[in-house]
Structure formats: structure tokens, C-alpha cells
Write a protein that binds this ligand. Sequence first.
Ligand code: SF4
Length: 386
Amino acid sequence: MVDATDTDVPAGVAQYTGMRGISAVPSYVILQPTTLCNLDCAYCYLPARKFDRRMPVEVAAATAATVNAWAAERDRFSVVWHGGEPLAAGREHLAALMAPFNGVEHHIQTNATLIDDAWCDFFREHDVHIGLSVDGPEARTALRVDRAGREAYSRIVRGAEALRRHDIPFAALCVVSDPSAELARELYPYFRELGCYALGINIEEHEGVNDRSNAYAEAAVRGFWAELTAQWRTDRAIELRDVEFAIRYAGALLHGDADAILPRQMDPIPTIAHDGAVTLLSPELAGFSSPHYGDFATGNVLHQPLDEIVRRAGEAAWIGEYLRGVEACRAVCPYFGFCGGAHAANRYFEHGRFDGTVTEHCRNSKIHLMEGVLDHAAPQHRGDGR
Ligand code: SF4
């Protein structure tokens, strides 16, 4: 068992130097067009997904006032519509929310169950980048159900078919609730067949209203990442987000420029909720508060410019505590250079505070990811001598 405090780590993982702060300009923002989701997945972290609280256009316009200026300074700036099912807001309302934005890329993370020809025309018209959520073949997607407990898989497949029919490229996001090498052997060919150009894996997280355990056996998680790497190596048709980042980091480290991989400053990732409330750093904290920290939102775009809310990030007690947690990680964790301190929400929902270090989440999605990739690289694991 390799833990964050363990100094005996596989070759190629080393310390990172330099203080991490929060950038004043993000590379993207997340907007919640509605809290509503037409599904009720067993592992969902969202607190208000059965309510249809829609974002008024004033909130989008207030956000765009800052975002358009940021976008004008950059080659690319993304607006990500997420958190609930964005398509549940309807085409007319979503178009009205998108209208105030200029010079940005619109991205929608969708469960795909509502996608039809009309939505595909909408995606074309607004040049929307699609991220589709599905966890693999039907049996593996069984946790994605609607409020009546009915399977969602057949509707997801219909949505993916519509995207292919209209030749609209899409990325896929897969939640893994039972990591194993056997699962990896099943998932990669499935997503190859589904037709996505990129695949992101989220090992299920204990966060928000999801209180299911995410404490998985080390061998199972390492085996999952090692086998996924092996599957990808046989046919690299899909961009494999997590594995390729680990390989890029290992390569940069061996070339002596690992510092180039982990940005010196963290992306503040502003999440603008349906009512204009802004939560920084961790979208999963949006809509939550605690007696000790108060509301995790640090401002509202209806009352303050978004850039001012971001600039004043450090004034929030929980953010200060999180930054101290990141420093604690740097002091003890051999994976810091690769990970950078991971996410505030996982610390809070696993530890109840922000200044702890290792979480089940970072074990599953940082430490064992790197170990799995390096395991695969080790000849004795590959058995092919190459
Ligand atoms: S969050 Fe990252 S740096 Fe901190 S203990 Fe986990 S792997 Fe290490």
C-alpha cells in the first residue's frame, strides 16, 4: 500500500517545488442552466436535481459581462453548461442564456437521454461541444436510472445514435463504481464502438449527497488503470484523458520539465449556480453550506462582477484552509508534482475540513492511476518484453 506519506515510491515520481496560488483569470466557467435532471443516478452528488429552478437570463448576462472580457484576452475560453441536465432547460431558454456570450466555446455535459434531431440542429447552430455521460454497456450503466427507477441506457444509446447520425463529435464521461482489470477490458472496446473521440474516467466519489463508499481495494484500482492503459496502447483511437495525462507527466519529469505540467496557479473554476451564486475551485460544493464555514458560495454575479469575486477568493475562510491543505500535501505527498493537491470538495466531503491530505478520491484517481500506468510500463507486467 503506497500512501501519501510513504516516501518509498516507484521510480519517476518526485517532489514539486513552488507555492500554489489561485489564478485571477480562469480558463473556463461552469453555468447551471437548471438544477433539474430527468435522471436520478445512484451516485449523483447534486442536492437539488428534482427541482426545476432555472437560471434567469440576467444571471447569464451578468456572467457574460466578465467572461466576454476574459475570452477577448485568450485564444480559447470555454463556457460549460452542467450540473443537472442542461437539456432539461429546453432549447429556447438555453439559447437565451447563451446569447450574451461572445468569443467563447460552449460545452454541454449531458446524460444524452433527451438528444434528438432537433437538439442536434441546436448543437450545430450554436457550435456546441458535447460531453456525454454513460458508464459502459447496459449492465455497467445500471446506476443511471430515472426517478421512477427505470433504466436510462436505451435512451442514452438513442441520443448517441442521433449524434452519430448528425456527425456531431462527442467526448464521453464514464463513472466507475467497481474498478477492476476485467472492467477496463470491457470499457475500452465499448467506448471505441460508441464513437466518442475522448474518454474521461471518474472513479465514483463520496461527495455532495452521495454517501456511498469509494474505498476500493488498491489492487483493484491499480489493476483497472494498468489494464485500461494496456487496452489503449493496442488501439489509440480514443483520447484517454487520465492515462495520457499521467504519461505526459512521467515523460516531462524524465525530461526535467515537470514544472511545466502542473500550472503554478490553480484554475479558480467559477461555478455559477442557477441563482447567480458563485462557488470557486470545486463545482461539487455549489449549493452546500456548513455551520462552521457558512455558504461555500463566495459571491453572486447579480451583486458583484465575476472577476471581483474571483480576485477576492482568498478572503473565504474555507479557501484559505484548502490552500493550507495543499501545502500540507506538498510537504508529505510524493505524488504532489503530479496531483497538485487535488480538489477541495473531496477533502471536505471525506474529512469534514479542507486542510487534510490524502482522500479515497486521490488514492483512486491520482496515486493508483500513476501506479497503474507505471505498473503497465514495467516489463514484468506487460509480459510482451517490448
Ligand atoms: S491530494 Fe494529491 S498531493 Fe494530496 S495526498 Fe492526495 S495525491 Fe497526494
